[in-house]
Every structure is written in C-alpha cells, then in structure tokens.
Ligand binder design. Structure first.
Ligand code: DX5
Ligand code: ZN
Length: 215
C-alpha cells in the first residue's frame, strides 16, 4: 500500500493545529516537513521550533526534508525536535555516507533527497545504507510546482536497482504529485507520495489523501 506524506509547507500556518488534527485523523502515514535555508534553495520556510511544536500534536512520524547547506550541523537538534526521518540532499553533502551513519546513530531513519538534474546512479554504491530516497520531481524550494516527467525514468531505474540489491530502501516522490499522475508514479515504483498543494488546496483534504492513497 502506498504511503502518503502531506507536506505542511502548504498548510494554513495560522490554523496549523487544525491541519495537524486533519492529518492525524486521515489515512496519511507521515508528516512531511520542508526545512529551507535561503541558501541551498531560494526560499526560507521554517525550522526547529515549529517542528518541536508539531511534534507535540502529531500522532504520525515526522519526515523532515532538509533543504539546507551543511545539514550535519543540525542533526542532533532535529532529533531532539522530534524528527523520525531526516533526509539530506546529496548535492549539499561532501561526506554523504558519513552523514547517513550519523543520522542513524541518533535513532532516526536516514534519507537522501536528490534533485532533478542528479543521476540516481550516484546512490547505487551506498543504497543498502539509505532508508529513504526522496526523488525530487520539481526543483526544490516551493510548493505547487509542476511535476517533471523525466522523474518517471529515475524512479524506474532506482526501483530496479533496489530490487537487484534487495535493500529495504523506500522510494519517496516529492513535488507536483496530483490525482492525475499518482497512479503513473506508483506504477513506476514509488512507495511514498509527498503531496502539498494537492492536499491543502482540496475542498476535502481528508478525502483527497484517501484518493491519493488508493490511486
Ligand atoms: C519542495 C518541497 C515539497 C513541496 C511539495 O521543495 O520539498 O515537499 O512542499 O509541494 P507540492 O506537492 O505542492 O509540489
Ligand atoms: Zn519536501
């Protein structure tokens, strides 16, 4: 069954508690939390205090996606804030493998996010040490962008390699996921769909989460 991770970036920050309750009560599996620093991506979102606050109300795992340079400086802080999964960008890491080991030593699942221009083959040598690969299907930085079609072939290539190596790695797709493309993305091999705009701009977000899950 496909996992659904609504992205809080598109929630109503003035009524965040309502949106957290909605996700708690829905068929969603994770909370997807996008941290942006204005350096790795051309936008600034939110950080550690907000994640701590969400952690107090959320009843599902917090899937934290770091779009920041030098992410290794903050692993302990995010763990203390309540992050269950920590994904870092391959493009932001000189020592990716060391960073993944560090994240795991803190008791979190270790994820690698990968931009649209970066070949998935760069991950093959360390696949067995990656819990989650977050394939970006838009250029990171903003919600509500259009899905980049080439992502489908990246999902297929990575899925084939995961099956060949028989690792437990989950494939998460982030950006531009809609009801129109969800089925195609799942058929290509996705295990987890992130959805921001599609969930929070829907008239009935809970029903939308359910529809995505059963696509
Ligand atoms: C983009 C973020 C995404 C974003 C997805 O940089 O990583 O998680 O919130 O939003 P939608 O689903 O609206 O494309
Ligand atoms: Zn994200």
């Amino acid at each position: 069954m496909t996992l659904i991770a609504p992205s809080i970036l598109s929630a109503n920050f003035l009524k965040l508690s309502d949106d957290i309750q909605m996700i708690n009560e829905s068929e969603a599996d994770w909370f997807h939390l996008d941290v942006m620093d204005g350096r790795f991506v051309p936008n600034i979102s939110f950080g550690i205090p907000l994640i701590s606050a969400i952690h107090k109300e959320a009843t599902k795992p917090l899937d934290v996606h770091l779009m920041i340079v030098e992410p290794e400086k903050y692993f302990e802080a995010f763990q203390k804030a309540g992050a269950n999964h920590l994904s870092i960008h391959i493009e932001a890491c000189v020592h990716l493998h060391r960073n993944l080991q560090h994240i795991k030593s803190l008791g979190m699942k270790a994820g690698v996010a990968i931009n649209p221009h970066t070949p998935v083959q760069l991950l093959f040598d360390i696949l067995s040490d990656i819990d989650i690969v977050c394939i970006m299907s838009v250029n990171p930085g903003f919600g509500g962008q259009k899905f980049i079609p080439h992502t489908i072939s990246k999902i297929k290539q990575l899925k084939a390699e995961i099956e060949r190596q028989q690792t437990q790695t989950l494939l998460e797709i982030d950006g531009g996921v809609t009801l129109d493309n969800a089925q195609m993305i799942i058929e290509a091999g996705a295990d987890v769909l992130v959805a921001g705009n599609t969930v929070f701009s829907a008239n009935q977000p809970k029903e939308m989460i359910s529809k995505l899950k059963h696509s």
